[in-house]
Design a protein around this ligand. Sequence first.
Ligand code: HEM
Length: 504
Amino acid sequence: MLQHIDFSVVTVGIIGGAALIIYPLIQFILDPLRDIPGPFLARFTRLWYLIEIYKGSFELTEIELHKKYGSIVRIAPHEYSIDDVDAAKTIYGLGNSFPKARWYWTWMPPDPEKASLFADLNSTRHSIQRRKFASSYSMSSILGYEQFVDNCTSLLGQRFSEIAATGHMIDMQHWLQCYAFDVIGEITFSNRFGFLDMGEDNDGVFHAIDNKGFYSTLVGVFPWLHAWIFPFLPKTGGHSYILRYTTKQIAIREQALKDPKNTEREGPPDIMTKLLKAHEANPNKVSKMDLFIMCQSNIGAGSDTTSITLSSIFYHLMTHPESYNRLQTEIDDAAREGRISDPITFTEAQQLPYLQAVIKEALRIHPATGLMMPRIVPPQGATISGRFIPGGSTVGINAWVAHRNKSVYGSDADSWRPERWLEIDAAGRGADIERYFFAFGMGSRTCIGKNISLLEMSKLVPQLLRRFDFVLDEGVPRDKLKGLNRWFVKQLGFRGRVYARRMK
Ligand code: HEM
């Protein structure tokens, strides 16, 4: 009997092992695109991609792969990374964009009713949902959010004054993250989270969002695992703090709106108030779940992305004194000539060309997202970068790869040089470049919060450079900060000192 069991186990083991080797081999032999180059193991298994992402710097790996293999690179069986300007329109172009790949599924609960805008795999439902919320993120709404940004800018200024008086070294990325989170709290709920007040992430919210990125990024490589693992994920810690916080803020605002003495708050409404009013006007159109999901989306998608870009701005200014001086001079001149107020308005900040060039260059050289934005080729297939790719394959462009494309950005695409944007404008090439500028994504799934982030950055940077000088710690590398790619590519070890400026 025992011998019989042993024999069966061994047989099953041998057959299973053989299948694991033979299946990928057959799959590869039958693949009509087997000549598309890429790392050897990526031809047979998705494990190669998983391991490379786990290492935490896949954005750099992908750049190197394209340098070595050209415009189409295989990164897993039937999955291709693309670097081709025309392909951007084919894959992401408005009206005919390819649907999002199942990698995104792991960013939401497995129940499609709880899909966020970012993670929704159903293009039709996504466009219905997006139309409901778009007006709260439009340029005209944004101007109503200036006061929220000013509140946080002023508080960060206060914190930096205190730090400057002590002479202490700080983690710049941490403070910029506190700022970006609190601005999102203000714009969404008229109530900041309190990170700038406390100076720290007491409830582990930053950590919880990092953990979510780690989970979704890696499990997304094998998305079928999500339904099995999700029920066992911890329901405590930073995530539950955000859930509780969002629930509490919705209840407070709901109560306030019901009170006849208090139906209108002073000043422009925050996003949640707008959505709550839309819900009360037509609960079938804007549901409570919509409201909840959008508030959470703002926190998850809008805070780290902005703080990463702000860190990119300050790091590159601190390592490039000529850019730093040029920007500070532009701001000082504008202030002296009365062209900007204190605090600066968004409209005034638009009139500072070097500031705008610095923001674009920071988004270009260090995009907040560091993996390709994967899409599924529709059933009829598509020609991409000169190759016919069959339906069902996965293709995508990584912003890091696109932004280093020398045919678009010039031979110095690997270097920080904000002046390139002034040259692009002068040559009237802006619209052309937009076709391959991926910092905010592309097409129908482009970032809905782009205007909010531009508002935050355009207002914070001049206010800080007017009042403070920033100096990098000697131990911090000057050529490139270390980063960790978990979809968001967060900078690590960005230490510096802040000094109060002596006004001339
Ligand atoms: C510098 C700051 C930001 C950057 C670099 C950024 C980047 C991106 C990118 C690349 C995408 C497209 C992802 C894809 O196609 O896979 C995206 C989508 C999105 N972003 Fe942002 N984002 C920023 C700020 C914000 C802010 C402030 C908010 C909200 C307040 C926000 C909310 C969203 C949402 C909801 C989506 C999904 C849109 C959709 O699929 O319809 N983002 N963002």
